[in-house]
Design a protein around this ligand. Sequence first.
Ligand SMILES: Cc1cc2nc3c(=O)[nH]c(=O)nc-3n(C[C@H](O)[C@H](O)[C@H](O)COP(=O)(O)OP(=O)(O)OC[C@H]3O[C@@H](n4cnc5c(N)ncnc54)[C@H](O)[C@@H]3O)c2cc1C
Length: 385
Amino acid sequence: MDFSLSEEQQLLKKTVREFAESELSPHAREWDEKQEFPREVFTKLGELGLMGVVWPHEYGGSGMSTLDYAIVIEELARADAGVALSVAAHNSLSSGHIFLAGTEEQKKKYLTPLARGEKIGCWGLTENSAGSDAGGTRTTAVRAGPSWVLNGSKTLITNGRIADTAVVMASTDKSKGKKGVSAFIVERGTAGFRPGKKEDKLGVRSSDTSELIFEDCRIPAENLLGREGYGFIDTLRILDRGRIGIAAFSLGIAQASLEASLKYARDRRQFGHPIADFQAIQFKIADMATKIDSARLLTWRAAWLRDSGKEHTTESSMAKLFASEISVEVAMEGVQIHGGYGYLKEYPVERYLRDSKLGTIGEGTSEVQRLVIARELLGLRGMVR
Ligand SMILES: Cc1cc2nc3c(=O)[nH]c(=O)nc-3n(C[C@H](O)[C@H](O)[C@H](O)COP(=O)(O)OP(=O)(O)OC[C@H]3O[C@@H](n4cnc5c(N)ncnc54)[C@H](O)[C@@H]3O)c2cc1C
């Protein structure tokens, strides 16, 4: 068993870290305060091949592995979690759905510009009344001759206001519940489709989150993505990779919290000593580092299983559950180590705490991950997100 990264992976990590430290870190506080999505950064990420990390070269991607993808997302999140979340939703959700279920023509037409970073994607599953119970989709798609007509709305959609290409789940047969949900590709500018309000969020504020609204939105019949009635089934497979991305996102925030805490513990003096000399602080740091390493091993294992073509639903959920929960714990300890200053905007640890919480909610809450894990173990595989 070899736990080390290959030379290529070490170089990838170094390259993304350097990019993130020069292009993201200096602006992270301002983007957080202004809730600003830095569009120009995404063009640069596209030039680096990070907007289509795992997709084959023939579709404009970089042809890298899921482990490489986890490295990229962790490094981006270490600098700016909002950017990392938007990149993850673009790579693994919208592009991921097109790669998984798209026809050759759809991949060439839609995946290629997404993978090159020329266009941005979003993926709409969640609705006001259909969150964890995603099968409760109320948005409808009705076949009308050469078109599908979509009506309804999606909520809490990453990249919602800025996406050029939306992948959207809609019910094509209400009587079949989850098995009547289908996926569609909707392009920005299509009549009857518009983004709704931009959400004002606790964290990941440089990531755009908004509603998608469909009012008699007519799209060509060929924009059905995958087989009719397979939208939700494909979603479960897409989330297997997506959750590895959210685990990596959570790891990046936790790593940043640890690094900030190490620096602060060495610099801050009380009672005539650096606070790093106090055992209470040392124990916090030891626990933070141990939790991060455990989460990274779970994340890399899930990525390795996926790259090896092995079943990994349970392991992806375990990685996402554990990494996101320890990320909040580690970020909380980071604030504690900073004392009163940890509570101020002047230090980044309060942002890490706010950002980390998203990991326990997006792409299935911690409770839903526990359901997935327990049902897999008990052989009760079902239609849970
Ligand atoms: C910043 C952000 C970005 C997002 N981006 C996207 C996106 O790009 N695309 C997209 O489709 N969605 C996106 N989401 C939505 C996200 O996936 C949902 O918020 C999440 O799945 C939970 O759904 P909900 O918010 O409706 O909560 P609910 O499902 O209403 O859950 C409320 C609470 O009840 C618990 N609960 C629900 N059902 C059960 C159960 N059966 N057993 C035990 N507990 C249960 C939940 O765990 C939670 O604690 C995003 C959300 C956020 C905050």
